[in-house]
Ligand binder design. Structure first.
Ligand SMILES: Cc1cc2nc3c(=O)[nH]c(=O)nc-3n(C[C@H](O)[C@H](O)[C@H](O)COP(=O)(O)OP(=O)(O)OC[C@H]3O[C@@H](n4cnc5c(N)ncnc54)[C@H](O)[C@@H]3O)c2cc1C
Length: 365
């Protein structure tokens, strides 16, 4: 089988590893000219770690990341209100959660894809998928084309699926900064001026700290103003934020993102072109399950493809049937938690919703 993967994010590189190491001829076209990944930290839940272990990269992820098994909910001044022992959704021999520097995860996956024998083409995209034509004028023939090109997928557009990302009404400020010694797990502060003030350790020496607030009316915030704006939003918060705030310096790596969501409801393929990962489904990171679902997509699709050896409509339908309920639960619950933040009410039960989803994720995808 000859497979083309368009997009070298978490979904695309994971699928490339699983297929290439089983002897499938895999080419991957990534639009960016280098692998330098943007972003700060990422929280990987147990079910994501289970797939990373299957990919053979768990020893490096474990060494480079920071594992923990509980989450704290705090007041804006840093008093602990509630401690939740997290469900180990990847099984008892993996931690419940692990924080990692996102570019480090990207390097681990890219290196593993190369070692597995996938042909990685940087600075390359497709101008058409049926037949396949690349932007350098060359063409190719493939048994299967995967659109793993993220939430604004061009492949999705090329095959005429008109689902588009929808705004959630929230935006997040994220900074990758040194770890105060007392930060040993994710802690979330509710009830302050922002919807959420949180942080997650990403290694022995680092954390990502984030503030989730209503969307700013500025479409693009100039790079040089990001730190000052984040410091101002963080000003009322206490606890570990007292140590975090001075490290949000003007030259600290900070980014601002609007939250969006998306779920392709109908078929996920057209002919032999299939979507994967955020190109199919995306949610606000209120459950930290987006990348986990991308990893599970890659794992299930690779299993089905390697079993059947044929990429046909039966396989595409089976893939969708195996994935849709789980993904819909993650998208709906992530949106529900976001709504509870924006419009608090007596029925809001964020820890309960998180625990229900984590329990569901313990089952294999
Ligand atoms: C603020 C924020 C925080 C998040 N935090 C978490 C978290 O803590 N835990 C978690 O599990 N999930 C989290 N997520 C979700 C997670 O980041 C995504 O689900 C995941 O990264 C999607 O992976 P992907 O490979 O499908 O897409 P992407 O990561 O978007 O990768 C797509 C790749 O395709 C490339 N590409 C784009 N267009 C083309 C093209 N035309 N041709 C070729 N290549 C192309 C891009 O350059 C990119 O490399 C978060 C999301 C956001 C927005």
């Amino acid at each position: 089988m000859k497979v083309l993967i368009v997009g070298g994010g978490i979904a695309g590189t994971s699928l490339a590893i699983l297929l290439a190491r089983a002897g499938v001829d895999v080419e991957l076209a990534e639009l960016k000219p280098t692998w330098t990944a943007l972003g700060s930290g990422i929280t990987l839940q147990g079910n994501a770690l289970r797939v990373l272990r299957d990919l053979g990269v768990w020893p490096r992820v474990e060494a480079e990341g920071y594992a923990f098994d509980s989450v704290g909910i705090q007041t804006p001044t840093g008093e602990l209100l509630f401690e939740s022992q997290d469900i180990k959704s990847g099984g008892p021999d993996l931690p419940a959660s692990l924080g990692m520097y996102r570019p480090a995860l990207c390097s681990v996956l890219v290196e593993a894809a190369e070692n597995a024998g996938a042909e990685l083409m940087l600075g390359r995209t497709v101008t058409s998928v049926d037949p396949v034509a690349f932007d350098d004028g060359t063409t190719g023939e493939y048994d299967l084309v995967i659109g793993a090109d993220g939430i604004r997928s061009s492949v999705r557009e090329m095959i005429g699926i008109d689902t588009r990302p929808q705004p959630v009404g929230m935006g997040a400020w994220r900074a990758h900064v040194p770890r105060p010694a007392r930060v040993r797990r994710t802690e979330l502060m509710y009830g302050g001026p922002c919807y959420i003030a949180g942080y997650c350790p990403t290694g022995e020496d680092s954390i990502y700290a984030y503030l989730v607030d209503k969307v700013t009316d500025q479409a693009v915030i100039p790079r040089e103003r990001l730190a000052a704006m984040m410091r101002e939003l963080a000003r009322p918060y206490g606890g570990a934020w007292e140590e975090i705030k001075p490290t949000i310096t003007d030259d600290a790596p900070i980014n601002y993102t609007h939250f969006e969501w998306l779920l392709v409801d109908g078929p996920w393929n057209r002919g032999n072109v299939l979507l994967l990962g955020d190109a199919l489904h995306a949610c606000p990171p209120t459950l930290a399950q987006g990348a986990a679902q991308c990893l599970e997509d890659a794992s299930v699709l690779a299993e089905l493809l390697l079993e059947s050896g044929t990429a046909d409509q039966k396989l595409f339908d089976e893939f969708r049937d195996r994935r849709i309920d789980r993904i819909r639960t993650v998208v709906d619950t992530s949106l529900q938690i976001a709504r509870w933040q924006m419009e608090p009410g007596p029925d809001a039960d964020v820890p309960g919703a998180m625990a229900r989803v984590a329990a569901m994720m313990t089952a294999l995808p």
